[in-house]
Design a protein around this ligand. Structure first.
Ligand SMILES: [Mn+2]
Length: 193
């Protein structure tokens, strides 16, 4: 298993409203990307409550966890949240709002969150289920990065680890107008080695 993440607040901000998280229980890995609405203190407040609620509910499926967050974040500014759960070789994914999910196998598959803001009464939450192969990359990121990420271009042949891949993506695709959050996960032990 390989996991790496990076968050970076908007320049001049001491708070960061984006979170990129990893949770593990006996049978499952749960990956979470959160973008508290806007940036600054109240964005971080919404994201932190989201982190807490998700941490208490990782035994549940992503769509169910988002339903709980939608209720619990009602007194916050709200957030966009994407949740991936990996269990027994299967990937389950749900997202609400403008976080992005990319599954890289032979090609790059970009998934958008369902419409809405977590904490503001979300209507429909889909649950994606698919097999996850050990070489597939899961990349989850907030809208602080442009969404036209080309993973192959970001591996330049010399760099062979996902920490470096995150750095390359960050420097190439960040917008500089918002907080940035990104995580990368691979089921295989040593990514690209
Ligand atoms: Mn944002």
């Amino acid at each position: 298993m390989s996991f790496a993440s990076k968050i970076n607040p908007l320049k001049g901000e001491s708070y960061c409203g984006d979170k990129a998280l990893y949770f593990q229980n006996d049978t499952a890995t749960v990956l979470v990307i959160i973008d508290g609405l806007g940036h600054g203190r109240y964005a971080e407040e919404a994201a932190s409550l989201g982190e807490e609620i998700i941490g208490e509910n990782i035994d549940k499926m992503p769509d169910e966890i988002l339903r709980i967050c939608d209720r619990e974040l009602i007194n916050t500014r709200g957030a966009a949240i994407g949740i991936s759960k990996i269990e027994n070789g299967l990937l389950y994914y749900s997202g609400v709002g403008n976080t992005r999910m990319m599954i890289v196998d032979e090609k790059q598959n970009l998934l958008y969150g369902d419409y809405g803001v977590v904490g503001k009464g979300v209507q429909k939450i889909n649950l994606l289920t698919r097999e996850l192969n050990e070489n597939d990359l899961i990349i989850m990121f907030t809208d602080g990065l442009r969404e036209n990420i080309k993973v192959v271009n970001s591996f330049n042949g010399k760099e062979n680890n996902i920490e470096k891949l995150i750095d390359n993506i960050f420097w190439e695709y960040r917008k500089r107008t918002d907080d940035v959050g990104i995580l990368i996960y691979q089921l295989r032990g040593c990514a690209y080695e």
